[in-house]
Design a binder for this molecule. Structure first.
Ligand code: MN
Length: 315
């Protein structure tokens, strides 16, 4: 287990003094028809990492019997959703009429802007195991009323570095840029490192970062993490050292980063807004059917929960 300890030599080689990573624990919750997820963002003590404002990690779950994951039609405003799989097959449908399968290594990027509705479901012919992430990106104030759009990216850059590899899901890495259109400076990488190896990921110093250990324990930026934990690394470091435990052929990480968000957000249910009036109007629009139908989902849409009894305020 010695490889789970921070490497003192690596720490002595770094320039400047890094603040230690904070480790935050997911809370378990359920989505859709009961798929259990580990909600890593938002947290009471950490709302956002850059503009990343929501992060669920689910699986690996056995989905060959029963319905698998079933997330009925529901609305979004003010954000982008990032769907990313490590294993499995999921079908996306939305109120723009798009119907898109997603497989591991592919990105579904939905820009809600002023409003969109979508569903996600385990698809027919799926492999037996489902394992993935759902993330949201808060749209900056100047972009959040834009028209909704949906994009599927099946050919993302993969940067190889010895036996390790970095898939550039969002943003740029070593000169390779993801085709995903985002509206603030962001990074999103899947990083695969052979078990027992160390890998140094160069990062932008003006970004804060979060590191998720996808499928085993690891040390990230000096902090011990495992599935269900996220390491938060404040801005000001130029590299993150990733050291997975030995025993796996490849250990995977998902790294998110961005310039710390300077805007107060108000998040409620599936909405990212700035004040309680916007939230109430979006809820009313959903109840009244003004987001438009999601065609083909085999079941009714999600009902909006009741608004809280006290006024919603940004935080
Ligand atoms: Mn959604």
């Amino acid at each position: 287990m010695s490889n789970l300890e921070p490497d003192p030599e690596a720490i002595s080689l770094t320039s400047g003094t890094y603040r230690a990573a904070d480790v935050l624990e997911a809370r378990k919750t359920a989505i859709g028809d009961g798929t259990e997820v580990r909600r890593l963002l938002p947290q009471r003590t950490l709302r956002t990492i850059g503009a990343w404002c929501f992060l669920d990690h689910y699986g690996p779950d056995e989905v060959s019997r029963g319905p698998g994951m079933q997330v009925p039609p529901h609305p979004h405003i003010g954000l982008q959703t990032v769907s990313w799989l490590f294993q499995g097959l999921v079908l996306h449908r939305d109120s723009l009429g798009r119907r898109q399968l997603i497989r591991p290594g592919e990105l579904n990027l939905m820009t809600a802007g002023r409003g969109i509705a979508h569903s996600e479901e385990s698809a027919a012919g799926r492999p037996p195991v489902l394992h993935g992430l759902q993330l949201w990106i808060a749209l900056a104030d100047a972009e959040r009323h834009r028209a909704p759009q949906f994009a599927h990216h099946a050919d993302l850059p993969v940067v190889r570095d010895g036996a390790a590899s970095v898939t550039v899901v969002v943003g740029e890495y070593r000169g390779e840029r993801s085709p995903a259109e985002v509206f603030s400076p962001l990074a999103g990488y899947e990083v695969a490192v052979p078990g027992g190896d160390d890998f140094t990921l160069p990062v932008r110093e003006d970004f804060e970062h979060g590191v998720v250990a996808v499928d085993g324990s690891a040390v990230a930026g000096g902090a011990l993490i495992a599935p269900g934990l996220i390491a938060h690394l404040p801005a000001g470091r130029s590299a993150i050292r990733l050291s997975p435990a030995s025993g796996r052929r490849l250990a995977r990480f998902f790294v998110i980063g961005g310039a710390p968000l300077g805007e107060p957000l108000l998040m409620w249910w599936n909405f990212v807004a700035r004040d309680g009036g916007e939230i109430a109007r979006a809820r009313e629009d959903w109840v009244a059917g003004r987001f438009g139908p999601v065609q083909g989902y085999p079941g009714p849409p999600l009902a909006a929960p009741a608004l809280p009894p006290v006024p919603l305020k940004p935080r």
